[in-house]
Ligand binder design. Structure first.
Ligand SMILES: [Mg+2]
Length: 268
C-alpha cells in the first residue's frame, strides 16, 4: 500500500479536522496536510457522523475553520440515511427527527419529510429540542410498521446548545427508547456501516481501492473503512473527545497510525 497512489482522501470532521462542529477550531496538523493534498491535486471529501447538521451546515462550519471544499463533496450521516432510504423507496414519506439538519438532507434527496401518517420510514438523529410528542409519534409509527433508522450511532456527545456547554444524549440512546417500546430493531446508518463508505466513494466516481479514510475514531472511521476495503489512517487525538460508537466485530486496526496528520506530508 502506497499512500501516494491514493487519489481520494476522505476526512472525518469532529476531532480530526476541527475539535467538533459546535467548537470549530481547526487542528494545525490537519490544516497542513489538507493544504499539501490540495496543492498536489489530490481529491478531498468529507464523511461525518454528525446527523443534526445538514451537509450545507457542516460545510459552512468547515469553511469558517479554513477547510474549503464544494458542498457536493460533504457527506453527513443524515445525507447517508437519506440515500439509504431513497435507494430502497424513492420519494418515501419520512418522519425525521434531527434539529432541522437531517430534515434538510432528506428533502435535498427528494424524500417527503412529513408528520402526517402514513409514514414509510422513521429516521432519528440527535435533537436537543425534541419534544415528547415527536418521540411518541415516532414510536407509534414504528409500532405500525415503519422501519426505524438511527442516523449515526453515538450514545452521547459533547457540544454547545443554546449557549450551554454540556454532554448531550445521542441518537443511539433516543432510538433505544423506541426499540424498547416497540420491540423493533433499528438500522444504524453512519460510520462504521460499510455501505455508507462504499456509497460515498462511488458517488465521487472513484473505487474503494483509490480511497483513504482519515479519522480519530477506531470504532467508526477505521472499522467502517476497513470493512469497506478502504485504506485507513488513524490520527491519535485526545481520548476524552472520542465519541462512543458500536462497531460489533468489525476490525478496528488502522492501516496507518499517526500522532499528527502532517507526518503524512512526506508520504504523498
Ligand atoms: Mg471524529
Amino acid at each position: 500500500m502506497n499512500l501516494r497512489d491514493k487519489k481520494l482522501w476522505i476526512f472525518d470532521v469532529d476531532n480530526t479536522l476541527i475539535l467538533d462542529v459546535d467548537h470549530p477550531t481547526p487542528f494545525d496538523d490537519a490544516m497542513k496536510l489538507w493544504n499539501a493534498l490540495e496543492e498536489k491535486g489530490y481529491e478531498l471529501a468529507i464523511l461525518t457522523n454528525v446527523g443534526r447538521l445538514s451537509s450545507r451546515q457542516v460545510n459552512l462550519a468547515l469553511s469558517e475553520a479554513g477547510f474549503k471544499i464544494p458542498v457536493e463533496r460533504v457527506f453527513t450521516a443524515g445525507a447517508a440515511a437519506a440515500a439509504y432510504v431513497n435507494n430502497r423507496a424513492p420519494g418515501a414519506r419520512c418522519f425525521v427527527i434531527g434539529e432541522g439538519g437531517a430534515q434538510e438532507d432528506f428533502v435535498a434527496r427528494g424524500l417527503d419529510v412529513t408528520n402526517n401518517p402514513p409514514i414509510d420510514f422513521v429516521a432519528i438523529g440527535a435533537d436537543r429540542g425534541m419534544s415528547f410528542d415527536e418521540l411518541n409519534f415516532a414510536t407509534k409509527m414504528v409500532k405500525e410498521g415503519a422501519p426505524l433508522i438511527c442516523i449515526s450511532g453515538s450514545r452521547d456527545y459533547p457540544g454547545i446548545y443554546l449557549g450551554v456547554e454540556d454532554t448531550f444524549i445521542g441518537e443511539r440512546s433516543i432510538v433505544a427508547a423506541i426499540e424498547h417500546a416497540t420491540g423493533a430493531e433499528a438500522v444504524i446508518v453512519g460510520k462504521p456501516l460499510p455501505e455508507i463508505l462504499v456509497e460515498t466513494v462511488k458517488a465521487l466516481g472513484r473505487d474503494v481501492s483509490d480511497a483513504v479514510m482519515i479519522g480519530d475514531n477506531p470504532k467508526s472511521d477505521i472499522a467502517g473503512g476497513n470493512a469497506a476495503g478502504i485504506t485507513t489512517v488513524l490520527v491519535q487525538r485526545d481520548p476524552d473527545n472520542i465519541v462512543v460508537f458500536e462497531s460489533g466485530d468489525l476490525d478496528t486496526t488502522p492501516t496507518v497510525t499517526v500522532e499528527a496528520l502532517d507526518e503524512l506530508i512526506s508520504k504523498i
